[in-house]
Design a protein around this ligand. Structure first.
Ligand SMILES: Nc1nc2c(ncn2[C@@H]2O[C@H](COP(=O)(O)OP(=O)(O)OP(=O)(O)O)[C@@H](O)[C@H]2O)c(=O)[nH]1
Length: 662
């Protein structure tokens, strides 16, 4: 059935004398979805001649918003309205630009996607390039990267929730980049929507004229046409001369098993064609363009890419490490000045990733490498743990990012992994004047190292400037939360707009918080204590000196390196006790007594003892049921294989899972 489908598709391609794009052939699913999109374009005789689209008719824009305010839904509606996709192609409840399984399952955008559309207005056909961006704070790097290829942004705000913490941060990023901002109020169909009030909030927070705000429902499609008109009328076209030397800006890349690195480029000047020899300003390496085209919304090959246009480029680039986000490419022999690049992503959270079965390490490492090609913000180094064997230490932008990466490893690479507790990067100041960054508890100095004569002098921890927007009635609960998490410099201002009933207004709180406090359960507590109303965002605020200690856990007197933590002195005892309790619950009883201890240096701060038990799985099986006995023994053998042996104690993987997944 699958094969006949495939053959039918190939025949149709041949009938229309179209070459099957290589990307379509990577998997049958991809083939079907690509071929459907490509054939739709061909059947409607939409042969795309890029020279018909000079800068004046191009608009490059992005949709920016707080999480869940409806970016992907609006993107889908725009794609539908411009005929880029049909409702049938879209499928029920599927967001076209959220392509990853994890995105569809969690309803969040993780990876920014690009799509081109065509729209006719007053007799002119425009080429609109939309770059969808993720909403969660962990993925703000993707937002900054997407915006670099745009001239305008739709600032989307949920009319029922109003301006949220991230609406403010993305607004400032877009403003800083000099983009034209089109304010859009979404979800006006909701009974709780207060478009007039929220429009005034936008005025008081961003200085936006309420008359400029477009009110829409991305769900029903109401007002979306107006957004299309505003994109054309308000966003300036890109600038660039086709006769100037080629200058192409690389803003994203992915990896295809058959074609190597596929880059997304925005052409600043000159014309890029298949067969062109190009070179990177960053590495000076040379490549030949083998394929190029636009994302419509899947890859559709074109004859060239011209100034202001955005599209995919496949060249003879085999290693993803060669594709530097923010790099500029030029035609060989015609060097140009590079464009200002991006600030590279900075990992905020580190964790060790280990295979459940130690024999799978090489496979896991390969999967991590492949996955990090599509997610360039992940830092990867090797590490070894005596408890978990060989693994990788990964740096993430935040804990959601870490969680999404783990899920993608499981979904896309079938990997079975154990992830250690997240750690932030600490600065250790040494007595000899040197400074080192420690992101692995095992490398953190022991208390003895800080004593007089020891090598370490002090520790600094990363701090962030946090903003919380919350309805007034949750203000004191939020204040408590901030102080519980070692917050300082708390400040607040009312976001109440004139005319709004007093007491229903919202407060913008700002505070300095240690990053380590945020990467634990801060976000969950914030949501639960504000009944889900609080929104939260943070930005890097440097380092401050703190009294941090390394805590180790001992089983049967042997430290388990994979469980080591870095904790603040004031919280050490409480954390030690709760972890010992957790360990007590997850470690199965064994043939001997096991002391479970938490220690800081040589000092034990918490302890419980797990009493001994006889583990004879066949004890209950009387008589001659040989097969049943054998089955039980085999089951035991299988679970033994999955055990990690620490200080003579067999730790099942589930124990690590249960412990480390909070
Ligand atoms: N009632 C109503 N619901 C909407 C509207 N627009 C979006 N939604 C819903 O709001 C939820 C979030 O929408 P998304 O489009 O996934 O939001 P997003 O901003 O892309 O989310 P992230 O990618 O995670 O940042 C979904 O359940 C949508 O169906 C609207 O106009 N009206």
């Amino acid at each position: 059935m699958l094969e006949s489908w495939r053959r039918a598709c190939l025949r149709t391609f041949q009938r229309y004398q179209r070459r099957v794009p290589q990307s379509c052939l990577s998997t049958p699913q991809r083939f079907f979805s690509c071929s459907a999109a490509c054939l739709a374009a061909v059947q409607q005789k939409r042969v795309i001649r890029m020279e018909d689209y000079p800068c004046e008719v191009i608009r490059n824009f992005s949709i920016i918003a707080h999480i869940d305010h409806g970016k992907s839904t609006l993107a889908d509606r725009l794609l539908e309205l411009t005929g880029t996709i049909t409702k049938q192609e879209k499928g029920l409840n599927q967001q076209v630009l959220d392509k990853l399984k994890v995105e569809r399952e969690r309803g969040i955008t993780v990876k920014a996607q690009t799509a081109s559309m065509f729209h006719e207005k007053s007799g002119t056909r425009y080429l609109l390039n939309l770059i969808d961006t993720p909403g969660h704070v962990d993925f703000s790097w993707e937002v900054a990267r997407s915006l670099a290829a745009c001239q305008g942004a739709l600032l989307l705000v949920d009319a029922s929730q109003g301006v949220q913490a991230q609406s403010i941060s993305v607004f400032h990023v877009a403003k800083e980049k000099g983009l034209t901002i089109i304010p859009v109020l979404n979800k006006i169909d909701l009974p709780a929507a207060q478009p007039e009030v929220v429009a005034q909030q936008m005025e008081s927070t961003f200085g936006i004229n309420p008359a400029d705000v477009i009110k829409i429902s991305a769900k029903t499609g109401k007002g979306v046409e107006q957004v299309l008109h505003a994109i054309i009328e308000r966003i300036p076209p890109p600038a660039g001369n086709p006769l100037d030397p080629l200058k192409a800006f690389l803003f994203d890349s992915s990896y295809d098993r058959y074609r190597g690195v596929i880059s997304l480029m925005s052409i600043q000047s000159g014309v890029l064609r298949k067969g062109d020899k190009i070179a990177s300003c960053f590495t000076r390496k040379k490549y030949e363009v083998t394929e190029l085209g636009i994302m419509y919304p899947e890859e559709v090959p074109t004859d060239c890419l011209r100034p202001g246009q955005v599209g995919f480029v496949a060249c003879s680039m085999k290693e993803s490490s060669e594709a530097h986000i923010g790099d500029t490419f030029y035609r060989v022999g015609q060097p140009v000045d590079p464009m200002p690049g991006f600030k590279p992503a900075k990992a905020m959270v580190y964790a060790g990733v280990y295979p459940v079965d130690s024999n799978d390490f090489l496979k896991l490492e390969e999967s991590i490498k492949r996955l990090s090609l599509t997610d360039r913000s992940v830092e990867v180094t090797r590490e070894t743990s005596s408890a978990l064997g060989q693994g990788c230490r990964l740096g993430f932008l935040g804990t959601l990012h870490m969680d999404v990466f783990r899920q993608r490893l499981e979904d896309e690479y079938n990997a079975d992994v154990i992830i250690t507790a997240p750690t932030v990067p600490y600065k250790v100041l040494h007595r000899d004047g040197k400074t080192s960054i420690v992101s692995n508890p095992t490398d953190f100095p022991d208390p003895a190292d800080f004593a007089s004569g020891g090598r370490a002098k002090a520790v600094q921890e990363p701090i962030v400037k946090a903003s919380i927007i919350v309805p007034e009635k949750y203000f004191s609960a939020m204040m408590e939360l901030v102080f519980e998490h070692r917050g300082t410099d708390l400040d607040w201002q009312s976001l109440e707009v004139a005319g709004e009933a007093s007491g229903d207004g919202r407060v913008l709180m700002t505070a300095t918080l240690p990053l380590a406090e945020i990467v634990t359960d801060f976000f969950d507590k914030l949501k639960s204590r504000s009944s889900g109303f609080a929104s939260f965002d943070y930005e890097d605020a440097g380092y401050q000196t703190s009294d941090m200690r390394k805590m180790t856990f001992l089983l049967n007197g042997k430290p388990v390196d994979a469980l080591a933590l870095i904790v603040h002195a004031d919280k050490a005892e409480a954390i030690g006790r709760s972890w010992v309790e957790k360990l007590f619950k997850v470690i199965p009883r064994q043939l001997f007594e096991i002391p479970i201890q938490a220690a800081i240096g040589g000092k034990i701060i918490a302890r419980r003892t797990l009493s001994a038990m006889r583990a004879d799985v066949t004890a209950g099986l009387y008589g001659g049921h040989y097969e049943r006995k054998l089955k039980h023994l085999n089951n035991q053998k299988e679970s033994k294989r999955k055990m990690k042996r620490v200080g003579k104690v067999d730790l099942p993987q589930e124990a690590f899972y249960d412990l480390l997944s909070k």
